[in-house]
Write a protein that binds this ligand. Structure first.
Ligand SMILES: Cc1cc2nc3c(=O)[nH]c(=O)nc-3n(C[C@H](O)[C@H](O)[C@H](O)COP(=O)(O)OP(=O)(O)OC[C@H]3O[C@@H](n4cnc5c(N)ncnc54)[C@H](O)[C@@H]3O)c2cc1C
Length: 373
């Protein structure tokens, strides 16, 4: 263990590893402490869809900006990470959203009105155009919208690529080591305690996903740190059908079907409030198979390859918490990304690194924990 670093990061998911890479690039010494394996939480179980146009509300400008910035960074990060040694398998396949009912078609039309103004090449597809693009798509689809710059990434590979790139720049990486507490000198944080010893740090980043919010876990000078982060379980499965892969990540208003570079078809995801386990269940598999067959009926004959589940870190208002923890000097929180943590990871890491390296906290204000009162 290093005796001292500039920044200690709790949690080796996509958020913690992305922040470590950005900090290492900026010249800070840092340590990432992960109690399991890097990507062992939601980040490895994720569907990895990168579709901010579909998941973020343009009426929430701070979130929307973060999404567009992340979308802009994905291809650049992908190339840089591959160059550093591990390809995160980002595929700019585009995202296709298919409507099967009048209500879905109306929602698609409403979204298309503003999406087509963004200059990102978003296109309206009538059924015949859709079937030309995706010949095995369900012909019951009425219309679709295609967003060409979005896509998907393999979550575990992204985490591996980020950790590898950070490590090459000198970040200390610990797996199988749990942070058990924070060290203080008065109100100022001075490091972390772990199961294998302490690390002194000028700054600490709490990026422990849904475990960031467990009441009373992180003692602070003014009492336990109370973060409104809860766990929301999600499952995804992989299918395989020789000779078929969708060209794009597709969504049918219930779930995603996406191609993977290994030839598997990814189907995601369930949303299970109040569940904090990582079991793949028969009910989850059944729900996801119906998502797959709804979009591509031929997948009814696909082989089942496997499934994975993870717990998303969610907040009461759907926005992540990114910024300084009130009343604790030197502690920064970066969590609560719920269903969009992969797609927002580049922008999040950029904001946190700017704050920690240059002291520029203004862009973090909309994401501060203080908004919960
Ligand atoms: C099925 C599913 C589908 C999803 N689909 C998408 C999608 O398509 N697009 C998208 O953008 N997002 C998606 N998400 C959400 C996304 O995966 C998450 O928002 C993101 O992975 C959260 O990353 P994180 O680093 O905050 O948390 P995590 O990945 O959970 O990482 C936190 C890490 O902290 C570690 N930790 C906790 N406590 C400690 C401690 N005391 N000491 C050391 N380590 C600790 C944990 O072991 C864990 O590895 C999906 C999630 C799931 C489950």
């Amino acid at each position: 263990m290093p005796e001292a670093v500039d920044v200690a990061i709790i949690g080796g998911g996509v958020v913690g590893c992305a922040i470590a890479w950005q900090l290492a690039k900026g010249g800070a010494s840092c340590a990432v402490v992960e109690r399991g394996a890097f990507g062992g939480g939601a980040s490895g179980a994720t569907a990895g869809i990168v579709a901010p146009l579909w998941h973020l509300d343009p009426d929430d400008p701070a979130m929307f900006r973060l999404g567009l910035r992340s979308l802009e960074l994905f291809p650049l990060w992908s190339a840089e990470l591959a160059e550093a040694g591990v390809n995160p398998e980002f595929q700019p396949t585009g995202v296709l959203r298919m409507a099967f009912s009048d209500a879905d078609a109306e929602e698609l039309r409403r979204a298309f009105r503003w999406q087509s103004q963004l200059g990102l090449g978003v296109d309206w597809l009538e059924r015949d155009d859709l079937l030309r693009r995706e010949p095995q798509a369900n012909p019951e689809a009425r219309a679709a919208v295609f967003s060409p710059q979005e896509g998907c990434v393999r979550g575990q590979r992204l985490v591996d690529a980020l950790a590898h790139a950070a490590g090459r720049l000198g970040a200390a990486l610990y797996q199988g080591v749990e942070v058990t507490g924070l060290r203080y000198d008065g109100d100022r944080i001075t490091g972390v305690e772990t199961t294998t010893g302490g690390i002194a740090a000028g700054q600490v980043v709490l990026a422990a996903g849904p475990w960031s919010g467990l009441g009373g876990r992180w003692a602070a000078p003014g009492g336990p740190l109370d973060l409104p982060v809860r766990g929301v379980k999600g499952q995804r499965i992989l299918l395989r059908q020789p000779g078929f892969l969708p060209r794009s990540a597709t969504h049918n208003f219930v779930g995603y079907v996406a191609p993977r570079l290994d030839g598997n078809v990814l189907v995601a995801s369930t949303r299970e409030e109040g569940c904090f386990d990582e079991r793949v269940t028969a009910e989850g598999i059944a729900a996801l198979v119906s998502v797959a067959v709804r979009s591509f009926p031929s997948l009814a004959g696909a082989a089942f390859v496997g499934g994975r589940a993870g717990v998303r870190p969610a907040t009461p208002d759907g926005r992540p918490i990114i910024g300084p923890a009130p009343g604790v000097e030197g502690l920064t929180v970066a969590t609560g990304h719920d269903a969009v943590g992969i797609m927002l990871s580049p922008g999040t890491a950029e904001l946190v690194a700017q704050y920690l390296l240059d002291g520029n906290g203004t862009p973090l204000e909309p994401f501060g924990v203080g908004r919960f009162g």
